[in-house]
Design a binder for this molecule. Structure first.
Ligand SMILES: [Zn+2]
Length: 399
């Protein structure tokens, strides 16, 4: 059935591909004043002036009022299976104290109430799709997102130095992935590596190869915190002390190179990889990410909560790194409202609001390989979000 949604302003980002350069990210988007989105069967048919639409009186119209509609948000990185751990971790002291406080809690079963509340937060801010990482409660998370009509890339996370036997992709999937309904697995499952310091390099390479062969994105936490850089380059530091107890094999030797370079050497970096955090990226790292087409998924509020520093947003943009954004989990963020990431990115790097808006929509969709999302134009899914007023005011009317 045809339907229509009228709004004071619509910013469809139509015709835009992913924005990787400062010029693309910063350019003022086309703003449609007093316009409608016409949909049929859940897909966009047209975005047009209300005056033009008025002549088709038979189509039911929902007047959304004095609001700005934008494409549905793509939260490119989260962990819904940690939704029950709000406020229970050590914050502000860096990654190692944070993860030490998380480990004993992570085995507590995810409660349905906490999961449902987290999914409501995603829905309330207009999230159309989430890149969710987990390895314990994937079927429960998949069902809750489907019930809320939120799309998901279900990244099943590999962890540890025990090589799968045999070391092939079939052996990598955690039990929670095997428990997914077959059609959900076929459409939505992908593999992720936890991090370069926590996961065997062969496991990472095999997981990445499976994703490439199957047209799926691959995700990994990369260059997240100073401890990671110290551990990979020297084999020492607080992370080494912690990992030595339960994760690292006997005789382990650090690769002796910083994270982004090591990821490149392992063949993990290309246009289908989402490198999450990147707070420790140097100019050389940014050049490597840009040259390989790797997406950097920024989660600045999570970095601030844990105490890891901030991503070098301007440096990444100037190098031409494709940027998207995510909330990370409620174990390291105050909420799952991606508009708060958009505001944080705008403020921390003095960006025009259009730049983080593109990161949260068209770029997130490209990073996760979602051809049906990211913009509002004919053929795309009719998934839209309300742009909060403070951000809308930052985007000028089209001249
Ligand atoms: Zn994460």
């Amino acid at each position: 059935m045809q339907r229509a949604f009228r709004a004071r302003r619509i910013i469809p980002l139509a015709g835009e591909g992913p924005s990787r350069t400062a010029r693309e990210l910063f350019s003022p988007p086309r703003v449609h004043d007093d316009a409608v989105i016409v949909t049929r069967g859940g897909f966009v048919e047209a975005v047009e002036p209300y005056g033009h639409f008025r002549r088709r009186a038979a189509t039911p119209l929902t007047d959304m009022g004095e609001v700005t509609l934008v494409p549905g948000l793509v939260n490119a990185h989260g962990h819904l299976e940690l939704a029950h751990l709000t406020g229970s971790t050590v914050q502000g002291a860096g990654f190692v104290p944070w993860v030490r406080s998380l480990l004993p809690l992570a085995t507590h079963p995810l409660t349905q109430d906490a999961l449902d509340a987290a999914v409501r937060q995603l829905a309330d801010c207009g999230t159309a799709h989430v890149g969710d990482v987990g390895n314990r409660a994937t079927p429960q998370v998949a069902a809750a997102l489907a019930a809320a009509d939120i799309g998901a890339t279900l990244f099943c996370e590999c962890f540890g130095y025990t090589l799968p036997d045999p070391p092939v992709s079939d052996a990598l999937w955690p039990d929670s992935a095997r428990a997914l309904p077959p059609d959900v697995f076929m459409r939505q499952a992908a593999l992720a590596g936890h991090a370069l310091f926590s996961t065997h390099p062969v496991t990472l390479a095999v997981a990445k190869r499976w994703c490439s062969r199957n047209g799926r994105p691959f995700s990994i936490h990369l260059a997240e915190h100073p401890d990671e850089v110290e551990f990979l380059t020297t084999g020492k530091g607080a992370l080494a002390d912690m990992l030595a107890v339960r994760v690292l094999p006997e005789g382990f030797e650090a690769p002796g190179v910083p994270p982004v370079r090591y990821a490149a050497e392992l063949g993990l970096l290309d246009e289908q990889t989402v490198a999450v955090h990147c707070t420790q990226c140097t100019a050389d790292d940014a050049a490597l990410l840009a040259a390989s087409g790797t997406w950097a998924c920024l989660c600045p509020r999570s970095n601030a909560v844990i105490g890891e520093g901030a991503p070098p947003v301007r440096q990444l943009i100037e190098a031409g790194v494709g940027l998207c954004c995510g909330t990370d989990s409620l174990a390291s963020n105050h909420d799952l409202d991606l508009w708060n990431e958009v505001r944080t990115l705008r403020d921390m790097a003095a960006l025009p609001a259009a730049a983080p808006l593109r990161m949260a929509t068209v770029n997130g969709a490209a990073a996760l390989g979602l051809a049906h999302l990211g913009t509002l134009e004919p053929g795309r899914r009719a998934a839209f979000a309300l742009l909060p007023d403070d951000l809308s005011r930052d985007i000028p009317a089209t001249a």
